[in-house]
Design a protein around this ligand. Structure first.
Ligand SMILES: Cc1cc2nc3c(=O)[nH]c(=O)nc-3n(C[C@H](O)[C@H](O)[C@H](O)COP(=O)(O)OP(=O)(O)OC[C@H]3O[C@@H](n4cnc5c(N)ncnc54)[C@H](O)[C@@H]3O)c2cc1C
Length: 402
């Protein structure tokens, strides 16, 4: 019997890389995880204190299973002591906005509220459909006039809520280490190649590491690892978060208020949106999805200037009661967008056994632990049904179609 452990190198240890590395190590693989920084850090996609999780995803019914499994995995990690602070809090999520059709796409999809309701009904996800009056009564922190309430509907899901990104990454790295994974921080990978019998990972200092398989979870740096002709399909966008003081600390406390996505009509009839989190103190964290294309290696992208936060405040303030202009803090974050805003998880077109994971497009965090587990199961030969390649690979995405 061959008792040699399968050796897997994981490039990038954000939420996806740390999920894959921890699950592979748990399943008995010989794992080397490598990151150019020291995660959790604020250079990539997995930071900013909070992420929304939704169980019914308007982005597609297939995400219900992975959203649920991710929550389960983080609850297990919590119980096992991999974090002494919560990784998940079920404060719920509310999507609300105009009753009519919303034709402007969010994550590539129109009608996000109705789409969410359809998915929730199809997959039996517990939820409530709320009227504008219900929302006024239950969530008085929102500024919804009586006239506006008449044209408003909402979707409320009580079992979802908040994931804490830095804590989730830390817990996954702790699990990986505890299961024997070797983690190389502040170490940049310059290249991944295939000799036929082995994959070779070359570090920026010229050192090479051989492996049976390689998983590349480079987040917004994914383009460095895909064939040149396919790079154009991965766009990197920069987004800004603002944390604002609220005059009413009780109204937006994470223990009694859901995360929210607010869709609202503009004077020209089009629909815009922003999303937010009660932050636990007297602060509300908000963001808009108006990402601008950016060079991921430009250090200036990390700086958020006053004009950007002021623009965010101007959009959000009319919709939230008691939000003061006092900026508590600010941050920027980048994510990778594919043409159809879905995930790309598949074998490298030219190298069998090299897996590319670009699970982002702004909605990937809530599925990371589950998709990481699934990829680890496939690599370790522990999964008999389905394949990530078929579901999320190049052909499925219509990218390159090798
Ligand atoms: C503003 C914003 C809001 C979001 N909101 C939500 C939300 O509410 N809900 C949700 O589900 N999702 C959300 N997302 C998406 C989610 O956060 C991302 O899908 C997820 O964090 C992607 O993680 P990742 O591991 O792919 O990338 P990252 O966290 O960026 O990790 C990639 C890692 O690879 C490393 N790396 C790259 N190149 C190399 C190299 N050559 N050598 C060594 N290491 C390398 C990097 O240093 C980095 O640590 C949001 C994203 C952003 C930016």
């Amino acid at each position: 019997m061959n008792s040699k452990k399968k050796k897997v190198v994981v490039v990038g240890l954000g939420v996806y890389g740390s999920a894959v590395a921890s699950q592979l190590a748990l399943m008995g693989a010989d794992v080397i995880g490598i990151d150019q920084f020291e995660p959790p850090h604020s250079h990539g996609s997995s930071h900013g204190g909070t992420r929304i999780t939704r169980i019914a995803n308007f982005e597609g019914g297939r995400y219900v299973e992975t959203a649920l499994r991710t929550i389960e995995i983080y609850k297990w990690m919590q119980q096992q002591g991999f974090s002494d602070r919560p990784l998940f809090q079920s404060n719920g999520v509310l999507l609300y906005g105009p009753r009519g059709d919303i034709l402007e796409a969010t994550h590539g999809v129109t009608n996000p509220i109705k789409g969410t309701i359809d998915v929730a009904r199809k997959f039996n996800v517990a939820h409530e459909v709320l009227s504008g009056a219900d929302i006024q009564a239950r969530f008085p922190g929102f500024n919804l006039s009586d006239a506006e309430a008449l044209d408003t509907m909402g979707y409320f899901e009580k079992d979802s809520g908040t994931l804490f990104p830095e804590r989730c990454v830390e817990a996954q790295l702790k699990l990986a280490r505890q299961c024997g994974a070797q983690l190389l921080m502040n170490t940049r990978v310059a290249d991944v190649s295939d000799t036929g019998s082995q994959k070779v990972v070359m570090l920026a200092n010229g050192t090479t590491i051989e492996a049976d398989e390689v998983v590349v979870c480079a987040g917004p740096w994914v383009r460095d690892f895909v064939p040149e002709e396919l790079r154009q399909h991965f766009k990197v966008e920069r987004h800004v978060f603002g944390w604002f003081q609220s005059q009413d600390p009780a109204a937006f406390h994470i223990d009694n208020h859901p995360n929210f996505a607010r869709f609202f009509r503009m004077p020209d009839g089009s629909v815009d949106f922003f999303y937010g989190f009660p932050n636990g103190h007297e602060v509300v964290k908000v963001a808009k999805e108006q990402g601008k294309p950016v060079d991921v290696n430009d250090p200036m992208r990390l700086t958020v200037d006053d004009t950007e936060v002021q623009a965010l405040f101007n959009t959000v303030a009319p919709h939230i009661k008691g939000l003061t202009g006092k900026i508590v803090t600010r941050a920027s974050c980048v994510y990778t967008v594919t043409p159809d805003h879905q995930f790309l998880i598949g074998e490298h077109p030219d190298m069998q056994g090299v897996h590319i994971v670009s699970a982002c497009s702004g909605h990937g965090f809530k599925h990371a632990a589950a998709l990481g587990e699934r990829l680890a199961q496939e690599i370790m030969g522990q999964r008999t049904r389905g394949s990530l390649n078929a579901d999320y690979g190049w052909k499925a995405r219509g990218i390159g179609a090798p």
